[in-house]
Ligand binder design. Sequence first.
Ligand SMILES: C[S@@+](CC[C@H](N)C(=O)[O-])C[C@H]1O[C@@H](n2cnc3c(N)ncnc32)[C@H](O)[C@@H]1O
Length: 256
Amino acid sequence: MERIKQVVITAPQEMGVNTSRTFSGETNFEAVGKLYSESAELFAGLIDKYLPEGGEYRIADLGAFKGELMREILKRLNIESEYKILGVDVNADALAKNDVASEKITASLDSIPLPDKSVEISIARYVLVWNSAERQRDILKEICRITKTAAIVQHAGADSEAPEMWRAKMDDLLDGEEVVKLKRGEHYFSSREEIEQWLQELGIRFIRVDEVSVPSVSDVFIERFSLDETEAEEARRVLGEFDYIIKNTWVILPKE
Ligand SMILES: C[S@@+](CC[C@H](N)C(=O)[O-])C[C@H]1O[C@@H](n2cnc3c(N)ncnc32)[C@H](O)[C@@H]1O
């Protein structure tokens, strides 16, 4: 069924000065490395595994930004098949600078203007978190709907052991009161447990590929938003004992 809907597009304005460098995985910080540098190798391996052989396929980069991640993935792909990259993002400015995708759609991922199963493989890294819980669930449903073979979803979020306490600290940091540069709009750091519960409720098959606790998540903000010494100290203080984040990766396998 083809679903073309008008959506109101609002691009997030709160990207840090080093955002592109961070997303590409160029870093000296261990936490940034664990969250950003390792994805390309993992994603490329999974695409190699799931993309059918021979033929021409469409790979969708959902929440593509300027293509930093996809560029790194393409360097590591080992496939014979022909493929085209489709970039989807609500941020039209970032998408305009994306020279990795040959097709681009400015749209919100909870209502993707594409027919069912119109892309072979899709990827979505660190996209869910900048949406409400309800919208994250809708995004997962949409990813599954438009994907034919496999979708790779990577997420960094709350500790399933103490999600409310963990989120309270992160919310505190992102309200911008202590560190103005870190003020963010809508966000919800869902836990692995919540995401897997939504997937189960939606009847979506998935495989969890990894779960890693990444220490010193404050370093990601320090690097990406180029925080000075005082701001960096404040960010570490606000997160306190919850200065870590849980990274998970899933492969979603849509039904035949
Ligand atoms: C943290 S960035 C990650 C960019 C890229 N996926 C990566 O990992 O390098 C999140 C991206 O997802 C996009 N995004 C977040 N929520 C979205 C939504 N509901 N619809 C479309 N794009 C969204 C943002 O505009 C941004 O470009």
